[in-house]
Design a protein around this ligand. Sequence first.
Ligand code: BEZ
Length: 305
Amino acid sequence: MELRHLRYFVTVVEEQSITKAAEKLCIAQPPLSRQIQKLEQELGILLFERGTRPVKVTEAGKFFYEHAVQILTHTAQATSMAQRISAVNKIVRIGYVSSLLYALLPQIIYMFRHRYPDIDVELIECGTRDQIEALKTGKIDLGFGRLRLTDPSIKRLLLRKERLKLAIHKNHHLTEYYESGIYLSQILDEAIFSYPTTPKPNFATAVQSIFTELGLVPKKMIEVREIHMALGLVSSGEGICLIPETASDIGMKNLVYIPILDLEAYSPISLSVRNMDQSSYIPKILDCIQAVFKDENINMLHEDI
Ligand code: BEZ
């Protein structure tokens, strides 16, 4: 069986007509009918009911259609991924979620540029979920994100678990926990700003899942567009918010940051690449991450997720 036979079959199902399918595929109708019959003979099943108009697919045909679409999609993705891998020696496109700009991403990219001046780096802001599609289509070659998502075509490495902190105004009553740290169960009555609003899932949904995992329900969660708004509102005395600890470098005035003691209160930082991609830029970037982590006294986890 050839891929073109699957393409013929899928087009006839979708067009519900041999004539329209033949037009779409730019082939004559009789050879298309013959190829469909040959496919039926090869499979030993009827894919279409006989004598019906519009063309009606059988139960077995419907099952085969679902799988044929998957095979064709998979083949198209494998093609574009392979083409991208072969083109990637000179330029690496790196997708990242914006909050990583406050974390160690700038240092890692700076080191990569310095070590490999012949490789151009293009940075593309892209949510963790969108990175999966962008890797498949070749829009990016590496993705740095914060969410726990899986896809069979994508390999993900957990690099580290960044602790979360509570941002509060310096005169807020919770400052008494500045030294000791605080549990999430102690902030349920506060107005908590979460961010960003879109695209979902995002840091806001991840924070919500931590509360849920702990069986906690905050009384008032208010969604705002982005982290600067959340911190600005906290600085105005309107409420509190959770941040990845590196975001405390943003430097909004009059804020203090309190460690959160629950073990679950972390944000995973991960690297996504195309499955089976053996390109040399992957160990190169991992070496840079390792070097920056070493400078910062961070243990690199390197776990498949
Ligand atoms: C980090 O802050 O740990 C990090 C950020 C971007 C890429 C890799 C690691």
